[in-house]
Design a protein around this ligand. Structure first.
Ligand code: KIV
Length: 293
């Protein structure tokens, strides 16, 4: 009994790898995935026991304030991935390959994925699209770069899709998505994000695959779920799509906290005596960053 508890504790502490995620599917343990873009939030997600931290190209929207993900560059992604890497100890770090970093040629795509691993610290890279990427997925897998797939609503194709719409509703589209999922698995992906597809299709794909599916707007039958961190924290009150549940209202709390700070500065109530130093010697503050007395 004690030995089993010890094993479970060791498993809880062990870093999550691509094979761990496949084992979680076999064990029926749901995978918890969240996006992150900086070290502070990455550390908090790791502390919260998140299994997968994704440096998503959603950073184009939530960090850069763009309308879509298309402008995100490889260098920007590496910059954010390095920061996230410093905050993560246990969670599996996946980094998105940005638009146009894996479409031009096989050689360039391999080099770009390699930079995400070498410079960004990625444990796996994610790319959008189906069987057309089979050769690339096989090559990356062969050289030791685990690849996560992404099907359904693929935001990098928003212009071709004509907007952010649910995918795979018509029988032919559903079949094509299932075929793509099987082709990606065959090529070597170790997990597959399913975005904005009907729950019945997500269930069918999940049952057909040995690798785990991670859903966003794909219903409860996937092997795991992923959300954009800023959405689940409610940081942008203007953004409330159907598939997002806000687990906090941090946007309101930030406005309120900064408002109270502003009020105290204007009323000269902040800083108070305990937030600064006078000429008389005082005990050394126990902060990591503040100047010493
Ligand atoms: O870029 C991103 O954040 C993503 C997730 C929404 C899956 O791809």
């Amino acid at each position: 009994m004690a030995q089993q508890a010890g094993k479970a504790a060791a498993r809880a502490e062990a870093p999550i790898t691509a094979p761990t995620l496949c084992q979680m599917k076999r064990d029926g343990r749901p995978i918890v995935a969240v996006t992150a873009y900086d070290a502070t939030f990455a550390r908090l997600l790791d502390e919260a026991g998140v299994d997968v931290v994704l440096v998503g190209d959603s950073l184009g929207m939530v960090i850069k304030g763009e309308e879509d993900t298309l402008s995100v560059t490889l260098d920007e992604t590496i910059y954010h991935a390095r920061a996230v890497r410093r905050g993560v100890r246990r969670a599996h770090l996946v980094v998105d390959m940005p638009f146009m970093t894996y479409q031009v040629s096989l050689a360039e795509s391999v080099r770009n994925a390699g930079r995400l691993v070498q410079e960004g610290g990625a444990a796996g890279v994610k790319l959008e699209g189906g069987r057309r990427h089979g050769e690339l997925v096989a090559r990356l897998t062969e050289i030791g770069i685990p690849v996560m797939g992404h099907l359904g609503l693929t935001p990098q194709s928003v212009r071709a899709l004509g907007g952010y719409r649910v995918q795979g509703r018509a029988p032919a589209a559903a079949q094509a998505l299932l075929d793509d999922a099987l082709a990606l698995q065959q090529a070597g992906v170790y997990a597959l994000v399913l975005e904005a597809v009907p729950r019945e299709l997500a269930r069918e794909v999940t049952a057909a695959l040995e690798i785990p599916t991670i859903g966003i707007g794909a219903g409860p039958d996937c092997d795991g779920q992923v959300l954009v961190l800023y959405d689940l924290l409610g940081l942008d009150p203007r953004f409330q799509p159907r598939f997002v549940k806000r687990f906090a209202q941090l946007g309101e709390q930030v406005v309120s906290a900064v408002g109270r700070y502003g009020a105290e500065v204007r009323a000269r109530r902040f800083p108070a005596a305990e937030h600064g130093w006078s000429r008389a010697a005082a005990p050394r503050p126990r902060t990591r960053r503040g100047p010493r007395a």
